[in-house]
Design a protein around this ligand. Structure first.
Ligand code: ADP
Ligand code: MG
Length: 252
């Protein structure tokens, strides 16, 4: 199966600090991949490089076989790269429905400037309703997004990322600040969408129970490099991973 994303020798430094260090990575389509690793391992920096928020100091990024290393972020979105952020990016004063409408309109080629004029666009709203329903957000359609409970807000973030219909969707800690039940609910939903849609997901997540339960593939980052990768059962028993990530002795 052809790789959806290939990263070759990717590097990025902040001053003297090397955050992503000669990193190689391949992602296959329709395989839910989790990226794990200690705080500061370079997970967010990697996502920022792949989505074009940061320019690399070296290396190449290929998406569906095309070199996108120098493409601006918006051009990558148009090619089918979607993402959500570790920190919330919802528009608090807009309703939940309007927050989903924005990426729907962007995908349909309606500029943000025309937003006011198409607030009544029936087809777009029908799509918004369908998307809210999938994320159990229908009852909040007309609620200001800023007043949502944290769990629903994180759901909204993922719904917004998916409304661009990305082929690859990178979710940076979609479950940050959620309790285990809420975490499992979002990850179960992502797992279902992975099966039912054409979108391939990459998720940064800390809860190892959830990671092992939902992932097809796990990539372990440490100090800007891939320490190990493989299916959950292999990662679970990898001594280097246990030592560095799970804080256990390699010999135990
Ligand atoms: P992770 O998401 O795995 O926790 P990050 O990619 O956010 O890690 O950060 C990797 C390292 O780069 C950390 O040590 C962090 O302090 C550093 N870093 C991240 N962003 C910046 C920045 N804008 N300026 C300076 N250092 C940064
Ligand atoms: Mg991070």
């Amino acid at each position: 199966m052809a790789e959806l994303l290939e990263v070759h020798g990717l590097r990025h430094s902040f001053g003297d600090f090397v955050a992503v260090d000669d990193l190689d990575l391949q992602l296959l389509p329709q395989r839910l991949t989790s990226i794990i690793g200690p705080n500061g391992a370079g997970k967010t920096t990697l996502i920022n490089l792949v989505t074009g928020l940061l320019a690399p100091d070296g290396g190449r990024i290929l998406f569906d076989g095309d070199d996108i290393t120098r493409l601006p972020a918006h051009a990558r979105v148009r090619r089918g790269l979607g993402r959500s952020f570790q920190v919330s990016t919802v528009f608090p004063q807009l309703t939940v429905g309007e927050n989903v409408l924005i990426p729907v309109l962007a995908r349909r080629g309606t500029s943000a400037r025309a937003f006011a004029g198409v607030r009544d666009d029936a087809a777009s709203w029908e799509e918004v309703e369908r998307r809210l329903d999938a994320f159990e957000l229908s009852s909040f359609r007309d609620t200001a997004a800023g007043t949502l409970a944290h769990g629903s807000e994180r759901m909204l973030e993922v719904a917004m990322a998916l409304a661009t219909e990305p082929r690859l969707c990178l979710l940076d800690e979609p479950c940050a600040g959620l309790n285990p039940t809420e975490r499992r609910r979002i990850l179960d939903l992502i797992q279902r969408l992975e099966d039912e849609t054409q979108t391939t997901f990459v998720v940064v997540e800390h809860d190892m129970d959830v990671v092992f339960a939902v992932s097809d593939w796990i990539v372990v980052l440490d100090r800007g490099r891939v320490l190990s990768e493989g299916p959950p059962e292999r990662i679970r028993s990898d001594p280097a991973v246990r030592e560095i990530y799970l804080g256990e002795e390699a010999s135990s």
